[in-house]
Design a binder for this molecule. Sequence first.
Ligand SMILES: NC(=O)c1ccc[n+]([C@@H]2O[C@H](COP(=O)([O-])OP(=O)(O)OC[C@H]3O[C@@H](n4cnc5c(N)ncnc54)[C@H](OP(=O)(O)O)[C@@H]3O)[C@@H](O)[C@H]2O)c1
Length: 243
Amino acid sequence: MPKRPSRPRAALASLVVAAAAMLSPALAAAAEVIVFGGSGKLGAEVVRALGAAGHEVTVFRRQGSDLSRLQGLKYREAIGDATRAADVQAALAARRYDVVVDALAKGRSEPAAFYTTTHRAIVAAAKASGVKQVILHGSVGAGASRAIYPESRWPAMKDVLLAKDTAERELVASGVPYTIIRNAVLRDDAPGVQEKAALTEDQKRFGAVTRTGLGRLTAECTLKPECLGKVFHAIDPQVAVPR
Ligand SMILES: NC(=O)c1ccc[n+]([C@@H]2O[C@H](COP(=O)([O-])OP(=O)(O)OC[C@H]3O[C@@H](n4cnc5c(N)ncnc54)[C@H](OP(=O)(O)O)[C@@H]3O)[C@@H](O)[C@H]2O)c1
């Protein structure tokens, strides 16, 4: 007959497990995350922060994407074009993901419809594969935040912001658990300055944020119940807003 562990040894073992979980909460909640736009300026910061938090990260990228921003980071790859629904669907069917992050940005010459086309494909594939959360990096100017968007910038940004607004609405209507994090002005980090980005549910707040700060906030919202079904604005009060 196999020998059962003595009571003190069994108690010690469960204590060790509990202590490990307390010391490493990130690992206890590790998620499988796929990041669309993971090779980009924002996306790479998202990948970095997710990895640091103990999550398993896959970067969805195009054949030939510049991967220099991801150097030294641990990640898997899914190759495809986000404007092709079949590529997006294949990526989400190939592995079981808990969370999908959309940090895509269109190229200069691409039409604004890029945001609706790509996000529609992402949401449909996320729904079909049963992911637990889609995190969309949106823009201030969509939804209720239209009211605080500078009128002088509206004509130039209108098409993009309306496309991003449609993407947000379709995500909310899809029934897929979501988190929308909007930024108004996105900056790289100033050397030597520690970011202090924070999320607010006040859609009337306009401010700037760094990509590092936005990356950290994305990781902190990953599978966090308090972030589900919410629209946030990300703001770092120490980052100046251009006049
Ligand atoms: N408010 C502001 O001041 C401001 C400024 C800039 C950006 N933003 C917003 O912030 C977000 C991220 O911007 P960013 O600066 O990180 O942009 P970025 O550096 O240009 O990154 C864009 C990412 O999207 C990927 N991508 C583009 N088309 C794709 C396709 N067809 N299939 C797969 N991947 C594709 C790119 O991949 P490749 O590596 O293959 O190109 C890249 O990884 C966007 O929502 C953008 O609108 C806001």
